[in-house]
Design a binder for this molecule. Sequence first.
Ligand SMILES: Nc1ncnc2c1ncn2[C@@H]1O[C@H](COP(=O)(O)OP(=O)(O)OP(=O)(O)O)[C@@H](O)[C@H]1O
Length: 645
Amino acid sequence: MPKVKYYAVRVGRRPGVYMTWAEAEKQRLSDRSWQVSGYPGAVYKALPHYHAAKGWAMLNQPSDPVAVRMSLTRKPSKPLVTDADLDNDDFTIPRSRGKVASPSGHPPPVIKVESDDRRGSASQVEMNEPTLSSQQQEILKRVLDGENYFFTGSAGTGKSVLLRAIINAFQERDREERMGTMQQGWVDVLDWKNGAGKRKGQGEVKRWKLGVTASTGMAGVNIGGTTVHSWAGIGLGDLPAQKLYENILRNSVTAKRWRTTGALVIDEISMIDATLFDKLESIARKVRRDDRPFGGLQLIISGDFFQLPPVAKGTSTFRFAFEADSWSRVFPRSNMSSLTRVFRQKEDAFVKILEGMRRGQIAPENVQVLRGLNRQVQYPKGIEPVGLYPLKSEVAAINEARLSALKTPLQEFRSWDVGGLNSSGIMLNQQQATDCLNRNTIWPEELPLKIGALVMLVTNTGDGVLVNGSTGIVVDFLTISEAAEHGISPPACSFGAAPDPKIAWPVVEFVPAKYASGRQPKKVIVPMMTVDVLNASGQAEATRMQIPLILAWALTIHKSQGQTIERVKVDLNKIFVEGQTYVAISRAVSLENLEIRNFRADKIMAHPRVVQWAQPLEQEQKDEEEWDELMANVDLDFGTAAAVG
Ligand SMILES: Nc1ncnc2c1ncn2[C@@H]1O[C@H](COP(=O)(O)OP(=O)(O)OP(=O)(O)O)[C@@H](O)[C@H]1O
């Protein structure tokens, strides 16, 4: 008997599970619409079990309702369920066939995943994560118990690692819950579809349905989410709260999202203004018709107020989110804590300097240390440090000048951009997709490269060695097969992808990580991969296919936020806002690999209101930790003590 196969399509015209390859490949022969063949960025796989295929197809599609896509009792002869057939949870994206953003250059690849869930997408969760510390685990537990929680901490204390663990845990539970619903069979599915009782889903809160958001588009992409503005359906958020509320009610998709979401993540909270925070809080209570703070929506917030502040429009009078009227109602003191162990830097002296700098203080002896970093570090193999600057214009000029100074031939790679539906259900045209991608990701629309160019990787590879922020030098341009002949392979995240075999992709020699074992430079070929900007339903609003590299002689401090960079050069000359110096210098992993130009103690600025607000919180926590440590070392064996006495 021939083996049965199920064809799972994760990214294609209509994601789902199909019984035959013909169905999976082409959706409707009549109108020649493509399913995966010719669909840019299609991701699909054949599996022997239906459940496995279903689970695989829906990975990274958190808003796809498994229940409506699944029949346990019928063996369908056509696609089991397609998005268009059914009343979806939010909505799904009939992704366009993908006119490409670039008329020239190479054709978009079809990405075929043959192995496990590894696709070169920046929106994916980093694999090979470190084991959580006890402090991180404790917060994870409290969050999974349903508490509102705000966790902060200095740069490099593992806030992002913890946040990714939280998101993973929610998504896993959400998946299990959906599978549970699925086990109830087809009749239930029909009930659900017909909107019977509470299953209609307009008001029922789903415990593990998580909104993944951040204050900025780039921070959102980094955690596989969207902006909080987009998730909330409030545009720029400038209108009065009542007006925003009325607008939300007019959009059933957005209103339903507000009502059914169990928990909301907001990352990089330091860049959210108090007025916006209060507006969101009051909208939540009204839309969810629930008087509890945020209408009972669990809030999980991460960020460091000592880093970049909200962007103030016109005036510099902004208030931090912790100054919002509703903040203390949402986060009582016992629901806020600071991660205290710094993982990024290993030298105590550097950690201490950074701690002072975070608060805008620098001890006289450390001023000397920092002044001493005004020198050129000679690195073996000539891989230079990344220069961090506050202004975009400065960064562009430096990269352009350095690239044109190289005498090697220029190779230009243009992205292929594909539009999907935005959070309001509107299909993005090509230009809109390109604009959206330029606004929300660091992946470049145009990437000019030459042999000798200093580049930075802008995605996580999943091998735990090459990460977002790894830097290196372009040493060659080779096709995949030529590279293989030299023993050079693509990074783990592009495993299974099928980049155009005729194109010569850049080969990059990456800097060995300072604290990595072995410390060998790593030479890899970096082909085209994909990055998604997600809409509020967790589906791709725009997809870019591009080589995940940027020129790295210079980078804005803003874009460096969240990254770990091996070799750093910081120019403090044009620093203009509190937190900028701290963000820039805290990207470095060691003093040895850090250069500071134009050091001035007055450029180390912390916002006085942040200092004042954080002081009691951090002091209280320090006292508690010292107490715990003391108690752990006290000999409480009184019987023995008495006997000895
Ligand atoms: N529990 C842990 N064990 C070992 N390493 C860890 C742990 N948590 C985080 N790290 C490592 O520390 C580094 C910084 O982590 P992460 O980016 O999460 O910090 P962060 O607090 O978000 O920093 P920033 O505020 O600068 O964005 C990363 O290299 C990460 O892998």
